[in-house]
Structure formats: structure tokens, C-alpha cells
Design a protein around this ligand. Structure first.
Ligand code: PXP
Length: 387
């Protein structure tokens, strides 16, 4: 089932190409055309206008055009469905007007284009128009179901804040280990803790007990310093996430500068990978950091969503989201596994969760603050429902 996906748009696509590819593949399976070949081309408005003028005599751009393959049979025995062309400029503009994400709108355009290739045409008759709408609704629903089945994002809960509350009084309550158990029972797919050099929240006793208790996946966040590396190698968490760590900061502030310390990180990553512990690098959504993460041999990157989460306007949030989407895309394309986190809450998470190539979200503060009012079990379930 080859999908030939290419972008002639002169700028970087605001829509993940890997996600679009997956969506197209899923649609061919849903429509029973899994053996067919489909070409998908992304262009800008000027290129779309030229195609529309040349093939349809309409001198203007449009959002999507379909070109069915006449005959369909390919000499090699396959079946050629034809071409779908999407103008990313129009798609992004329309998405903004509708108040939906470019991904969601591109999904609609892809489905519309495919239904045309399958032979329906809303311009032929009222009846065909209605049939086409029904078919598009059906495919949109089925595609969402498939994405849910195949790509449900894992939710890893960071329980550091429970430890912060405990340390405020220096006693035993609340216990982050108990919190981790509740999170798992509520459906979380992993537990994250940051064992800081200054031990301001999570303690050595916590990580030892969590290693025993956590049934899903224990992700140990840590700075790359000798003492913590020793502890982590002995503890054997399911994975570690290397973060920059400064004593004065309130929380992890920026991503790790992997590009600026490739030599050192290469050695640290190799040490953990040799011990069978996969390494994730917490990085800003910047191409140079993605490339460096690949170079030093990490298995995962965790893309820092903090600037997106803290955006003070929709425009800034859109810009930051595009950087995250592009970083996730390029990481995924180079075979890095992709996680994301920091500052995610009940409002800003769904948009990130829509990025098909992200495997796991690491969320702490929003869930714990909600837990104070609705209980931890419910706070986790509500976040899971958003994914
Ligand atoms: N990912 C990393 C690497 C972090 O350092 C943190 C904060 O501890 C998180 C995710 C979770 O961030 P938040 O608590 O804002 O959800």
C-alpha cells in the first residue's frame, strides 16, 4: 500500500508529514483499498492556483484537488487510485478561521480528496452531494477510531509535587509512592520522578520503593552528574530522561543543550544503553537539538512544551506548536522515539496529543493541582479522557 507523499511547499510544513502519511494509510485500509497506490502532494497557493487553472480552467487557489488515475490498473499488477493535492496555505488559513488545528482540517481535506478518487462527486447531483457527506463523516469517524486504537498516547504522571508537599513539613505524608500506585490504578501508563542532586522533593527512599512498586514504567528524570548516574545504574529504571539541572531554578527551565555537549552526553548515553536502560533527552523543539540527540545515540527525545504552554497569545502558541510539530516530525523521521512534556494542562494538551508521532506525555503539575480538588484518581482519569 504505497503512499507517495511529497511536499512542494517552499516552507516547512506546519502539518506533520509522518502523521499525514499514517492517516492516508489508515484510510486506504478502512476503504478496503489497502493494495492501491495513492499519491499525496502538498503545495502552496500559487502552485494550487496553477493546477486549478491548467486542469479545471479556474484561475484561483483551492484547498484540495483530486485527480483520479484513469484506468487505474498499473502494469505491475497493482491499482493506482490517483493524486490528492492539498494547498497547505489554504488549509492553514481555513483551519484558523474555523478555530481548529491544521492537522484536523488536513484530515478533513484528505478524506474529501479520497472520496472523490473513489468516484463520488458533489458537483454532479444533490443526491451524490449527500452521499459524499455521509461517506466523509463515516471515514472521519473510522479514522479517529483507528488512531485511537493504534496510537493512543501514553500518559506518564510525574509525582514530584506530592513529594514537594511532603518535604514542606519534613514528614512522611503525602507519600509519592502511594500517589504513583493511585495513578497507575487510574490508568496512567508510567510514573516519572526527578531525583535532584539537592533532593528538594524526591528522596532516595522514594526511587527505591517506586522501583519495586511501579508496574507500568518508571522513568527517572535526572541531571547528568556522577552521583545520580551511579544511583540510576544501580536502580535500573525502565528508562531515564536527562534534563539540565540548576540549583536555583523552580522547575526544569529549558531543554538540555545536547548540541553543545555532544562528547559528554555520548558517553553518558552509551553507559545507560550498555546497561539496558534507554535514554531520553529533554530538548527544546529545535532542529539542531534533534540532530544532536540522534548523534549521541539517544533512544527517545522528550520535546519541551513549556514555551507553548506558557504562551501569552494564540499567535505565540501557534508558533510554538509548529516548532514542536516540526521537531517531533524530524525526530520521528530519524527513528528517534518521541515524548513531550512540561506545562501541559487540561486545555493545552489535546492539541499536542493530536501529533500522531508522539508516544508519551509527561504531566505533573496540572494533574496534581486538580487532584487537590477532585482527587488524584479522577484527575488522572480526566487527563486520560482528553488523550
Ligand atoms: N518533563 C520534564 C522533563 C520535566 O522536568 C517536568 C517537570 O518536572 C515535566 C515533564 C512535567 O512538567 P509539569 O509538572 O509542568 O507537567
Amino acid at each position: 500500500m504505497p503512499i507517495l507523499l511529497s511536499s512542494q511547499h517552499p516552507h516547512r510544513s506546519p502539518v506533520s508529514l509522518a502523521w499525514l502519511h499514517q492517516a492516508a494509510e489508515a484510510l486506504l485500509i478502512i476503504t478496503g483499498r489497502d493494495e492501491a497506490e495513492l499519491s499525496l502532494l502538498l503545495v502552496n497557493d500559487a502552485q494550487m492556483r496553477e493546477l486549478n487553472r491548467h486542469y479545471r480552467g479556474k484561475d484561483k487557489s483551492t484547498n484540495v484537488l483530486s485527480f483520479p488515475q484513469i484506468g487505474g490498473d498499473d502494469p505491475t499488477g497493482g491499482y493506482l487510485l490517483g493524486d490528492i493535492v492539498i494547498s497547505l496555505d489554504t488549509a492553514v488559513r481555513e483551519a484558523a478561521e474555523k478555530g481548529i488545528t491544521a492537522h484536523s482540517h488536513c484530515r478533513t481535506l484528505l478524506i474529501h480528496g479520497l472520496v472523490h478518487l473513489l468516484g463520488l462527486d458533489h458537483e454532479r447531483s444533490e443526491e451524490e452531494y449527500r452521499l459524499m457527506l455521509a461517506q466523509e463523516d463515516f471515514l472521519a469517524q473510522e479514522l479517529k477510531n483507528t488512531e485511537r486504537r493504534n496510537g493512543m498516547i501514553n500518559l506518564a504522571i510525574n509525582v514530584d509535587h506530592v513529594a514537594t508537599l511532603r518535604q514542606a513539613r519534613g514528614g512522611k505524608e503525602p507519600d509519592p509512592v502511594t500517589a504513583a500506585g493511585i495513578c497507575e490504578l487510574a490508568g496512567a501508563g508510567g510514573i516519572v520522578v526527578h531525583l535532584r542532586e539537592d533532593r528538594r522533593h524526591i528522596q532516595d527512599r522514594d526511587v527505591r520503593l517506586l522501583r519495586e512498586l511501579v508496574k507500568t514504567k518508571l522513568n527517572l528524570e535526572m541531571g547528568a552528574n556522577e552521583e545520580i548516574i551511579k544511583i540510576a545504574l544501580a536502580l535500573k529504571p525502565d528508562m531515564i530522561t536527562l534534563v539540565p539541572e540548576k540549583r536555583q531554578e523552580l522547575t526544569t527551565e529549558g531543554g538540555l543543550d545536547v548540541a553543545g555537549q555532544k562528547g559528554k552526553l555520548k558517553k553518558v548515553v552509551a553507559k545507560f544503553e550498555k546497561a539496558g536502560i534507554p535514554v531520553s533527552l529533554f530538548i527544546d523543539p529545535a532542529p539542531v537539538q534533534v540532530a544532536a540527540a540522534r548523534e549521541v545515540g539517544a533512544t527517545f527525545v522528550e520535546i519541551h512544551t513549556g514555551r507553548y504552554a506558557d504562551a501569552t497569545s494564540d499567535e505565540i502558541a501557534d508558533r510554538e506548536f509548529e516548532l514542536i510539530a516540526a521537531a517531533a516530525e524530524s525526530a520521528y523521521e530519524t527513528d528517534l522515539r518521541v515524548n513531550a512534556g512540561h506545562g501541559l494542562n487540561y486545555l493545552n494538551t489535546p492539541r499536542i496529543a493530536e501529533l500522531g508521532m508522539i508516544e508519551e506525555l509527561s504531566i505533573g503539575h496540572a494533574v496534581m493541582t486538580r487532584a487537590i480538588f477532585v482527587g488524584l484518581d479522577q484527575a488522572v482519569r480526566e487527563m486520560l479522557a482528553l488523550l
